[in-house]
Design a protein around this ligand. Structure first.
Ligand SMILES: [Zn+2]
Length: 239
């Protein structure tokens, strides 16, 4: 099995969907911002993969930077099975209103007038993400394919999942952890719906046998994972 950081340049900074290539499967983890299917195709081709060979796309959570190109991908490559947590599926399918949109709408009345036009553009962007049918829902501990396990990591969003590959001592974190400005941390508070639960997820991650963390925002963490995880937990307890 091979775990690849499919680094893709988006509008402002790179994002890092993962590609897991194995015997009989090719799994993409997260589907980028809207309008980036061509970049996913190009990034995969650099690793000798045509998306017509893709078997699964796993969505860690329903934020627009993770599901933006999912509908286009599924239309172009209908063989791909869309996999998400049972808690997140209704939002991806738009049977429930996006939690991010609910959050944005709830803070809108508190915003200064000059920030409201930009906030409305953000609402419209969230509303514009097309629904996609989830082919398979998964829960904590379940194997997506042999050797690739779902770890439920709520906090950033309630249905957030990460993927654990014990044979490679690797966790694909989604947004349970981000690597930015040289530091491993939980996603910024304004985007983390439940910070105490996010820290519980960090504690849970710390109990796994891992040496590598692949963060959607920031890529592979280059330092010692356990030390960094312990320091996130200690900082939270001190705050
Ligand atoms: Zn994200």
């Amino acid at each position: 099995m091979e775990i690849i950081d499919l680094e893709i340049c988006a509008a402002r900074k790179a994002i890092h969907p993962a590609l897991i290539k194995g015997d009989g499967f090719n799994i993409l983890v997260d589907a980028c911002y809207p309008g980036l299917l061509h970049r996913i195709e190009k990034a995969a081709s650099l690793h000798d993969l045509s998306l017509s060979e893709l078997t699964h796309v796993v969505i860690t959570h329903h934020d627009f930077d993770h599901i933006g190109s999912l509908a286009a991908l599924k239309k172009q490559y209908p063989q791909v099975k869309v996999v998400a947590s049972d808690k997140d599926a209704p939002y991806i399918e738009k049977k429930e209103k996006s939690l991010r949109l609910q959050q944005a709408e709830s803070i809108y009345p508190t915003l200064p007038l000059e920030e409201r036009p930009q906030a409305l553009r953000f609402h419209h962007l969230l509303e514009s993400v097309e629904p996609v049918n989830v082919d398979r829902t998964v829960s904590d501990g379940e194997a997506i394919v042999d050797g690739v396990f779902v770890i439920s990591t709520p906090g950033h969003m309630p249905g957030h999942i990460s993927l654990y590959i014990p044979s490679h001592k690797t966790l694909i974190t989604g947004d349970a952890l981000v690597y930015r400005y040289g530091k491993l941390e939980i996603a910024v508070a304004e985007y983390t719906l439940d910070p105490p639960t996010a820290i519980q997820s960090v504690i849970k991650i710390g109990k796994l046998d891992i040496e590598h963390l692949l963060c959607y925002h920031g890529g592979y963490y280059p330092g010692d994972c356990k030390t960094a995880l312990n320091s996130i937990i200690a900082d939270f307890e001190d705050s």
